[in-house]
Design a protein around this ligand. Structure first.
Ligand code: NAG
Ligand code: NAG
Ligand code: NAG
Ligand code: NAG
Ligand code: NAG
Length: 432
């Protein structure tokens, strides 16, 4: 009897072992197939160079060893196919007003979700925005930076943010330095889709012909379109807080200007001051910056905000850290949930990571379970791969140069480091 038990026991153990090994073999084969190409890049120091960082929260032994943060996640493959399928170009079967009506209905019932995870109308919408005719143009006077306000066919308006920089330009200095980057706006839309933060604006890249715009511009805009270069170039400086003739955007020889088309998000939107707002004064620190080594600051915030709001802001900080937007001094909500508008201040410098953008995460040590699970799907170079694939469909592709993609992977690992740091301190209660 004893013998029989023993044999059964050994048999069962072996069975479990065999099943496990076979599974492991196939899973690792699966992930290897995709990742070989990216791995060679990942193993180079470019991505995993932590030496320049003195932050113990990031130089976490735990993370350096954990393979889940370095290898491909088997869940990635099916999600990748769904995303690619959802955003691949297609021909329109609906007219413009029908498409705008569809898009506006997406967000009518929801709070912060601007669009659904999957819809056959998404590709129709994106191609519509890429080809719709601009009927009239005026200045978009709100805000500090040059923006144009276009009325398009089908009775909608879009905001146009022009390109000030080429893709290679590095912007040094403060985290909020420089002007808006149109490619950051475009990229943010796809990043939001990938991370399931579907609360960003809907954006496509597109060039406009400023000579054509001049013809449909109202008087005020016309007066801010000037010719430079001895009459060879047409330039626009617009009307806004910082707008002036010496700082204009000019068309190329055939008068084209690249930019981002931002679809108008239906409201009502509320604006709030961010608890992690910077002072924007040299040498002056905000409260959250002074108390950054303890958790007191977050305790204060917790007393003022609901948990949902706090978790929304932590999601936003993860999103902003990836793109390196350190300029979210105010944020908007719709029906009490945070939406991520105004994402133009990303991708200034692929060499630097401003860690304090993540302050909401490491000061509160909380994160949504769903956010953590979603981030884990895109490990091992998958984030780069999917975003390169999706942004390929934009008229202005490539949206980012490779160095920014390396930085994105590096920042993803830093986020995992922060999460591990919090987990070591507080255990699984950090996952909400
Ligand atoms: C769109 O239609 C054109 C012309 O009918 C066709 O050549 C093209 O393959 C179609 N594209 C897609 C993505 O379906
Ligand atoms: C778009 O299609 C709808 C439904 O077929 C129609 O009622 C509407 O007049 C069309 N709009 C335009 C601008 O063609
Ligand atoms: C943009 O244009 C639309 C249509 O003319 C107008 O209703 C809206 O107020 C304008 N927005 C701004 C900020 O200028
Ligand atoms: C500007 O154009 C005028 C007339 O075509 C020409 O005489 C002049 O040399 C040009 N100036 C410069 C700086 O190119
Ligand atoms: C100007 O830009 C447009 C749109 O990007 C492009 O098609 C065109 O070739 C450019 N013209 C010149 C002269 O570079």
């Amino acid at each position: 009897m004893k013998k029989y038990c023993c044999a059964t026991f050994i048999f069962l153990i072996s069975l479990v072992f065999i099943i496990y090994s076979v599974n492991f073999y196939f899973l690792s084969r699966l992930s290897r197939q995709d990742s070989n190409k990216i791995k060679s890049k990942l193993n180079s120091h470019e991505i995993f160079e932590y030496n320049d960082i003195e932050d113990e929260r990031i130089n976490h032994e735990n993370v350096k060893l954990k393979t889940i943060y370095r290898n491909r996640n088997p869940k990635y493959t099916s999600l990748k196919d769904k995303l690619i399928n959802n955003y691949k170009p297609c021909n329109r079967s609906l007219n413009f007003s029908q498409i705008w009506e569809t898009v506006d209905s997406w967000s009518r019932e929801t709070s912060n979700e601007i669009y659904p995870a999957y819809s056959s109308r998404m590709c129709q919408f994106l191609s519509a925005l890429r080809e719709v005719k601009i009927l009239s143009a005026q200045n978009f006077r709100k805000g500090t930076q040059l923006k144009l306000n276009f009325t398009i066919e089908g009775g909608k308006t879009v905001v146009f943010k022009p390109a000030w920089y080429n893709r290679n330009q590095v912007i040094e200095g403060e985290v909020y330095a420089g002007k808006d980057r149109h490619n950051s706006e475009i990229f943010a839309f796809y990043l939001g889709a990938v991370l399931n933060f579907r609360s960003t604006g809907l954006v496509v890249g597109r060039s406009i012909n400023i000579r054509d715009i001049l013809e449909i511009a109202d008087k005020e805009l016309r007066e801010t379109i000037i010719s430079k270069g001895n009459g060879t170039k047409l330039c626009v400086y617009g009307k806004c807080f910082y707008c002036k003739p010496s700082e204009s955007v000019c068309g190329n020889k055939t008068h084209y200007i690249e930019g981002a088309f931002l679809y108008e998000i239906s409201g009502p939107l509320q604006k709030h001051k961010s608890p992690w707002q910077r002072t924007y004064k040299e040498g002056a620190k905000a409260l959250w910056e002074i108390e950054s080594d303890n958790n007191n600051y977050c305790d204060n915030v917790k007393q003022k905000l609901s948990l949902v709001r706090l978790l929304d802001l932590i999601d936003a900080s993860i999103f902003d850290f990836l793109i390196q937007n350190g300029d979210r001094h105010h944020y908007e909500t719709r029906k009490n949930r945070v939406i991520l508008l105004d994402n133009g201040k990303g991708f200034a410098n692929f060499r630097t990571d401003f860690t304090d953008i993540l302050a909401p995460l490491y000061q509160c040590c909380l994160i949504r379970k769903t956010t953590y699970a979603r981030l884990l799907v895109f490990t091992g170079g998958a984030l780069t791969e999917i975003l390169k694939e999706l942004t390929k469909n934009d008229l202005l592709h490539p949206i980012l140069i490779d160095k920014h993609y390396y930085a994105l992977e590096r920042r993803l690992l830093k986020i995992f480091s922060m999460i591990e740091f919090c987990k070591t301190k507080y255990g699984n209660s950090i996952f909400q």
